[in-house]
Design a protein around this ligand. Structure first.
Ligand SMILES: [Fe+2]
Ligand SMILES: [Fe+2]
Length: 169
């Protein structure tokens, strides 16, 4: 595996684990505010991001590359409100999409064909992740600060289904 590509994929493993950590911090914030549905949604999202990290971890090992786990940045722990958490989640996913695009571009330049194929899964996943976050944000914007509607939203978020492991997708 090309050293530049390997290093960039190791960075992406770190980024996925940082995403997992960021969502975990959001889950803690929501649970502390007793928004238990949102907290459940965010815990599941945190787990999905961990699986994204593991998918690349397994890929690097399968390509006989060296996994290089790095330190995680401390995630943002405090948010103004429940809707603000999801505004933050949407912004986060948009920045992740840019990262994945850059990584894909690097692999393209380096003619890292197997890596491009692996990353196609992530490009598709980002479309879904942004779409989901955008829909939740749109609903929060619609309901404004109506407490009854916010409680409904929290309950809806709590009904999120547990996704199949990314590594098996
Ligand atoms: Fe991810
Ligand atoms: Fe994500």
């Amino acid at each position: 595996m090309n050293a530049t590509v390997l290093s960039a994929i190791n960075e992406q493993i770190n980024s996925e684990f940082e995403s997992s950590y960021a969502y975990l911090a959001m889950a803690a914030f929501c649970e502390a505010q007793k928004f238990l549905g949102a907290a459940r949604w965010l815990r599941l999202q945190s787990e999905e991001e961990r699986q994204h990290g593991m998918k690349l971890f397994d890929f690097v090992l399968a390509r006989d590359g060296a996994v290089d786990l790095k330190a995680l940045d401390q995630p943002k722990a405090s948010f103004g409100s429940l809707p603000a958490v999801f505004e933050q989640a949407l912004k986060h996913e948009q920045s992740v999409t840019q990262r994945i695009n850059k990584l894909y571009e690097l692999c393209f330049r380096e003619k890292a064909f197997a890596e491009m194929t692996e990353l196609q899964w992530f490009l598709t996943e980002q479309v879904e992740e942004e779409k989901t976050a955008r829909e939740i944000v749109a609903k929060f914007r619609l309901v404004g600060d109506d407490p009854a509607a916010i409680l409904d939203m929290d309950r809806d978020l709590g009904s999120r289904a547990v996704a199949a492991a990314a590594a098996q997708a």
